[in-house]
Each structure stands twice: as structure tokens, then as C-alpha cells.
Design a protein around this ligand. Structure first.
Ligand code: NAP
Length: 335
């Protein structure tokens, strides 16, 4: 497979202390870090964490200049340990990709083979990146709910931050798996769109917080997929039904959690943490197989928009401001 002398990548630089700027630059494959697998990237996606990395926010990327992009899907160009053949379609999400390893906002990546998954049958490269880290996280959340015994008859499942990437995919896969989903959103204009993705009910974000200063709220949710943290997660716990299960994956609202013990000791509610970054390969394979099959959203394209590297600039600002609607898939090459 021919490698061009230069490829395009979005690079964030610290031009002055504390001032981060982004530009699209020409890079050489030889500049990529050592690794087993060289991949020509066809698609990436924009996650909240990518926006943090791309704008120099603390806690994600330590060294700049840097190419963000925690997700990438494409074709194997070379593989030094024999795990993959040239031309294999593969995807990478999480681990150190896009954190301190140049990520999917470049047309080539080089990574350890233990980070790489074969593209599951039933998904195109583009579809795998509409899902990406957000889909894996939503899928891990549903898998944990199911393992803990939450079934459709357990009652309504609340999804918070529902119009965002993880939230919108959680709505879609829960609906596909037969659950009645209540989507909580801060965006008054997106109720119909969320219903179109499969939510049976949509509520305003602020309604969740009503009366939330009380020790417990009326039992409502059979399960919760929380993407927000903070007061939203605390209120969701207080309104979860006896024996219900709440998953926690995000912090867009707050990383703090101020909650009493009553949901746990009076209602037997469980709070489960979700991590997609270091999730073991066996877990990833199991979830990706479901995402490519029985959980595959019926209207996957309706929950996503496509852009190129140049189109990321405005979208990074939108996602940082909490304004994302569904997923942004980034086109870097051919399917
Ligand atoms: N644990 C993991 O492995 C993992 C993996 C992926 C993502 N995450 C985390 O999950 C969260 C969501 O990620 P994402 O990529 O889906 O982000 P996203 O696309 O930006 O979605 C976040 C959504 O949360 C809501 N929101 C934003 N600001 C809020 C605020 N101040 N208070 C309450 N709600 C707010 C908005 O939805 P509405 O307007 O509809 O309310 C927004 O669209 C992030 O914190 C991310 O870091 C964790």
C-alpha cells in the first residue's frame, strides 16, 4: 500500500503560555510514534474529550503540539507483529489515542496492536465512527444495566445529556433493545428529534432537579444512563426505583457528586462506573458485536453529521459550550 510523502493532520499548538491555537498541517508518517500498526484513517469522530484536548484544557493532553482524536477507523497499511494483514479494516477507540499519542484527526496513526479491533461485520467504517467512543460508552452502560438485572419490565430508563453524543446513542440503543426511554435534555428545540431517535418521553433538564433538595424523590426510573454528573446524577439517584441501577460516565455538569446514602440503603439502588478508555478487549468485542447487530441504531445517520478537518473548528466550540446535537463524524479519507 502506497504511503504519500505527507498527510494532513489537525494540530493544536501552545503559541504562548496558556494560549492554544489549531491549524491543519502537513506531516510525515516518519514523525508518528513507534508502534505495531500503521493505519490509514478514513473516519474519526468528535467527542467532548477531543474538544478539551484540542483547546488545551487541563487533564487530557500533557504535551503540545498535538493531534487530537480519540477515535479512528481505517485500513491497515502495515503491521509489524502479524496481528493484522495489509488492507484489514480496523478501528481504535480510547487507550492513549488522541490523548498523548497523535490521534484520529490525522490521516495516519501508528499504535500498538493491542489497541486495535477488527471492524465488526455489519458496520461500515463511517458507521463505526458515528458510534465511536460514544457508542462504546453507551453500549458498556447498557451491558452493565443488563448484567445488573435491568430488563424492559424494570421500568423507564432515564438518559441524561440526551442530545449529546453518548446520550443520543444511549437513547437509540436502549430503544432498539426494547426499553422505554425518557430523554432529559437542556435543548427545548430537540424534543422531536429525540423522539425520532426512539425516546418514548422527553423531559427538560431542569425538571429533573425539581425538589431535589429532599432526601429522596418519588420512585420513577428502573435504570439511568447518566452522562452529566453533579446535581443531575444526584437527583437521578434519588428518583430511582427500588433495586434500580444507575450508570455514571460523564462530568459535563460537574465532576462533584453530593448525595446522601438513602437511595442505596433504603432502596437498594446501585451506582456503576463506566470507563471506555481502558475497557478490556473482551468487553469491547462483546459490546461492538451488539452495536453492529441487535443494538445497531435503526436511524444511525439521523443522529450524526459529517465534516472534514476544516469543519472541526466551529464544532469544537459548540461541543465545549454544551451545544452538541448527536454525533459529528470526521471524514479523512475514503471508505
Ligand atoms: N467514561 C467514559 O469512558 C466516557 C466516554 C465518553 C464520554 N464520556 C464523558 O461523557 C460526557 C458526555 O460526552 P459526549 O462526548 O457525549 O459529550 P457531548 O456530545 O458534549 O454531550 C454532552 C451533553 O450533556 C448535556 N450538557 C452539557 N453541558 C451540561 C451542563 N452544564 N449541565 C447539564 N447537562 C449538560 C448536553 O445535552 P442536553 O442539552 O441534551 O442536556 C450535551 O449535549 C462527557 O463528560 C465525557 O467526558 C466518558
Amino acid at each position: 500500500m502506497e504511503i504519500p510523502p505527507r498527510f494532513q493532520a489537525l494540530v493544536t499548538e501552545e503559541t504562548r503560555p496558556g494560549l492554544f491555537t489549531r491549524r491543519i498541517v502537513a506531516r510525515k508518517v516518519a514523525e508518528l510514534p513507534a508502534g505495531d500498526v500503521l493505519i490509514r484513517v478514513a473516519y474519526s469522530s468528535l467527542n467532548y474529550k477531543d474538544a478539551l484536548s484540542a483547546s488545551g484544557r487541563p487533564g487530557v493532553t500533557k504535551r503540545y503540539p498535538h493531534t487530537p482524536g480519540i477515535d479512528a477507523a481505517g485500513e491497515v497499511v502495515s503491521c509489524s507483529d502479524g496481528t493484522f494483514a495489509v488492507g484489514d479494516k480496523v478501528l481504535v477507540t480510547g487507550f492513549d489515542l488522541g490523548m498523548n499519542t497523535p490521534g484520529g484527526f490525522g490521516q495516519y496513526i501508528r499504535v500498538p496492536s493491542r489497541w486495535v479491533l477488527p471492524l465488526p461485520a455489519g458496520l461500515s467504517l463511517q458507521e463505526s465512527m458515528i458510534l465511536g467512543t460514544a457508542g462504546l460508552t453507551a453500549g458498556l452502560s447498557l451491558a452493565r444495566l443488563q448484567q445488573a438485572g435491568v430488563i424492559p419490565a424494570s421500568g423507564e430508563i432515564l438518559v441524561t445529556g440526551a442530545s449529546g453524543g453518548v446520550g443520543s446513542l444511549a437513547v437509540q440503543i436502549l430503544a432498539r433493545a426494547g426499553y422505554a426511554v425518557t430523554a432529559a435534555t437542556g435543548k427545548a428545540g430537540e424534543h422531536a428529534w429525540l423522539q425520532g431517535l426512539g425516546a418514548s418521553n422527553v423531559i427538560a433538564r431542569v425538571d429533573l432537579l425539581e425538589g431535589a433538595e429532599r432526601p429522596l424523590l418519588k420512585e420513577r426510573w428502573g435504570g439511568v444512563v447518566d452522562c452529566v454528573g453533579g446535581a443531575t446524577l444526584a437527583a437521578a439517584l434519588k428518583a430511582t426505583r427500588y433495586g434500580g441501577v444507575v450508570t455514571c460516565c460523564g462530568l459535563v455538569g460537574s465532576s462533584e457528586l453530593n448525595v446522601n446514602v438513602f437511595p442505596f440503603i433504603l432502596r437498594g439502588v446501585s451506582l456503576l462506573g463506566i470507563d471506555s478508555v481502558e475497557a478490556p478487549m473482551a468487553q469491547r468485542r462483546a459490546v461492538w458485536e451488539k452495536l453492529a447487530g441487535p443494538w445497531k441504531p435503526a436511524r444511525l445517520q439521523a443522529g450524526a453529521e459529517e465534516c472534514d478537518l476544516a469543519g472541526l473548528e466551529t464544532r469544537i466550540a459548540v461541543i465545549l459550550a454544551g451545544g452538541a446535537r448527536g454525533r459529528t463524524v470526521v471524514r479523512l479519507g475514503e471508505e
